[in-house]
Design a protein. Sequence first.
Length: 181
Amino acid sequence: MRVWQIFSLTVLPLALSACATMSPIPGDFPPITPHQAQTGAENGKLVRWGGELIQTEPEADQTCFTMLGFPLDRDGRPRLGRQSADAGRFIACAPGFYDPTLYAAGREMTFVGTITGVVKKKVGGYDYPYPRISASRVYLWPLPEPEPRMNTVVLTGGWGWGWPGYIGPWGPRWGWGYPWW
């Protein structure tokens, strides 16, 4: 009995914790969207934002990412697509160099950072107010695995209408109609 108690108190919790997955960007953050931060009233607050990358701009000591924000799921991954309304555009700047080839347009990213202000940039002919965050964490989501491609050939047994010369359940048939004609 004593061996079972030691086993259950040491090995079982370790085994169960190995099954748990951890979010790459954990934490509780206020539900502030980039649309809400466009006024500048949310400056200084720590946020977790993510979305689809529009442009990567390396500078001398930092790299700035122009993003189209989307709501995040519980793991912090952006929920892209027509079902999710965009949360607004934003700019996230992180210290260091991030290669624009790896951080290419269309990739999904999540940031944790502090809102530092609002920058106006042109979108077409419109002056758009981009909230800017100073990112302390940058996460580039992996590309989805391509679905395996399968070629399917369907052979029918002749149980219905078909072309002359089909093979029915009782051998070859010639002519139009059901296989029992």
